[in-house]
Ligand binder design. Structure first.
Ligand SMILES: Cc1cc2nc3c(=O)[nH]c(=O)nc-3n(C[C@H](O)[C@H](O)[C@H](O)COP(=O)(O)OP(=O)(O)OC[C@H]3O[C@@H](n4cnc5c(N)ncnc54)[C@H](O)[C@@H]3O)c2cc1C
Length: 370
C-alpha cells in the first residue's frame, strides 16, 4: 500500500468543519493533510445561504459564533473571499413577531437595532403587511459556492496537502487508510458532516444523530435591487435558539402552527440571501430521516416560492436552479466525540456550521492537542 508522508494532523472532509480545523492547525504551525472523497467540496458547505447568523445563537453556539465572526473577517482578507458585512434583517409581519424581536433586543444590549416598517423597507425589499423588524448588524454573508473553495486554495498555499477524490476507509489512532494509501498522522479529525452515521453508526445512534434534508432555490431578483443583509421572516423566529428562548417565543410558535400548519409542517424557515451576481438564494424546508427518497415533491418548492413572493411583494419569481442540501441533526447542537485516542469526530448537528465551525475548531484542537 502506498504510504504518504506523515503529518501532524489529518482532516477527513473538506467542508467548512474540516477546513476550519485545517485553518486553526496551520495557524498553530502544524503540518496538515486533508482527505476529501469528492474532486471538490459539494456538500452542505456549498449548498447553504452563506449566512453568518452569529447574533441569533445562544449558549456554546453563541460563543463559537462570535469567535467564528472574527475568524471569517480575517480569512476574508487573507484568502480573498467575498464577505458582506450587511448584517441580518428580520422582518416582522405580525405584532407577536415584533414582540419577540423586542424581547430579543432587550436581552442583547447593542447587538439588535429595532426597525419600524419604513426602516425595514429601506434595508430590504418587502411586500405589504410589515409591522416592523430588527437589524442584527454583527451578522455577515459569504458566497457559499466559493467560500470553502477559496479557503481550500488559501490552505494549499500555506502548505496544506489536499488529497481530492480520495475516500477515507478506516481511521486508526495514528493513521488514516484511504483508497490511495495510508497517511500516518499525529492526530486525526473526522469532519464528514452528516456521513458520521455511515462511518461511526454506534456513535451516531448513541447521540441520536439524524439527517436533515432541505430544499433550496435560486431565483432572479424581482426588484433588481442590491440587498446587503440576509433577510429572515417570522418563521425564522422558530428556528434559532436566541429567538426561541424569548418569553413569547412559545406563543408565537403556537400561533404560526395553528394558522399555517402546511408551512410549519414542512419546517419552513422563510429567508433569503443575495448572491454577488444579484440572484436570490431562497428557502428552506426541513425533513428528518436516515435515507431520503430521491424523488422530490414539487409542493415543497411551491410553498417556498409562494411565501417568498409574498415576503418580497413580487407577483412571481423566475427559478434558475433547485437543489437539496443535507446536514447532520441531533438533540445537541454539536457532536465532538473521541472514538479512540488521538481522534476526534466533529459535526455541527444543528444547521449552523457556516456560523460556528471556525469558532468550534480551535476549542476542539486545544483539547485534542492537549
Ligand atoms: C440547505 C442548507 C442551508 C444552510 N444554511 C446555512 C447558513 O446559512 N448558515 C449556516 O451557518 N449554516 C447553514 N447550513 C448548515 C451548514 O451548511 C452545515 O452545518 C455545514 O456546511 C456542515 O459542514 P461540514 O463540513 O460538516 O459538512 P459538508 O460540507 O457536507 O462536508 C463534509 C465533507 O466530508 C466528505 N466526506 C464524507 N465522507 C468522507 C470520506 N469517507 N472520505 C473523505 N471525505 C469524506 C464529503 O464529501 C464532504 O465534502 C445550511 C445547510 C444546508 C444543507
Amino acid at each position: 500500500m502506498t504510504s504518504h508522508q506523515p503529518v501532524d494532523l489529518v482532516v477527513v472532509g473538506a467542508g467548512i468543519v474540516g477546513l476550519a480545523h485545517a485553518v486553526d492547525a496551520v495557524r498553530r504551525g502544524l503540518s496538515v493533510a486533508v482527505v476529501e472523497r469528492d474532486e471538490r467540496a459539494v456538500g452542505a458547505s456549498v449548498r447553504n445561504f452563506g449566512h453568518g447568523c452569529f447574533t441569533a445563537q445562544a449558549g456554546d453556539a453563541l460563543r463559537y459564533a462570535m469567535a467564528a465572526r472574527t475568524a471569517w473577517l480575517s480569512l476574508a482578507k487573507e484568502a480573498g473571499l467575498w464577505l458582506n458585512e450587511g448584517g441580518t434583517v428580520v422582518v416582522a409581519r405580525a405584532d407577536d413577531e415584533y414582540a419577540v424581536l423586542e424581547e430579543f433586543g432587550a436581552a442583547r444590549d447593542g447587538q439588535v437595532v429595532l426597525l419600524d416598517a419604513r426602516e425595514v423597507a429601506e434595508r430590504a425589499p418587502v411586500g405589504p403587511g410589515v409591522v416592523g423588524g430588527a437589524w442584527l448588524p454583527m451578522d455577515v454573508r459569504v458566497d457559499p459556492r466559493h467560500a470553502v473553495h477559496a479557503i481550500a486554495a488559501w490552505l494549499a498555499r500555506q502548505g496544506v496537502r489536499f488529497h481530492w477524490a480520495t475516500s477515507a476507509h478506516l481511521v486508526e489512532p495514528d493513521a488514516v487508510i484511504t483508497g490511495r494509501g495510508r497517511i500516518e498522522a499525529g492526530r486525526v479529525v473526522v469532519a464528514v458532516g452528516h456521513h458520521v452515521d455511515r462511518h461511526f453508526p454506534d456513535l451516531a445512534e448513541r447521540e441520536g444523530l439524524r439527517r436533515c434534508a432541505l430544499h433550496m432555490l435560486r431565483v432572479a431578483d424581482p426588484h433588481g435591487r442590491r440587498v446587503d443583509p440576509a433577510v429572515l421572516s417570522g418563521f425564522s423566529l422558530l428556528r434559532y435558539a436566541g429567538f426561541t428562548a424569548c418569553p413569547t417565543g412559545p406563543a408565537l410558535r403556537e400561533r404560526l402552527e395553528s394558522e399555517h400548519p402546511a408551512l410549519t409542517g414542512i419546517g419552513l424557515n422563510l429567508m433569503f440571501t443575495q448572491r454577488p451576481d444579484g440572484d436570490l438564494i431562497i428557502g428552506d424546508t426541513h425533513a428528518y430521516g436516515g435515507t431520503f427518497d430521491p424523488f422530490k415533491d414539487d409542493d415543497l418548492d411551491r410553498h417556498v416560492l409562494d411565501e417568498t413572493a409574498r415576503l418580497l411583494g413580487a407577483a412571481r419569481l423566475t427559478v434558475r436552479e433547485r437543489w437539496r442540501g443535507v446536514y447532520a441533526s441531533a438533540p445537541g447542537p454539536f457532536l465532538v466525540a473521541a472514538p479512540m485516542p488521538g481522534v476526534r469526530v466533529v459535526s455541527v448537528t444543528s444547521g449552523i456550521g457556516m456560523t460556528t465551525a471556525l469558532g468550534l475548531a480551535p476549542e476542539v484542537l486545544d483539547d485534542l492537542l492537549g
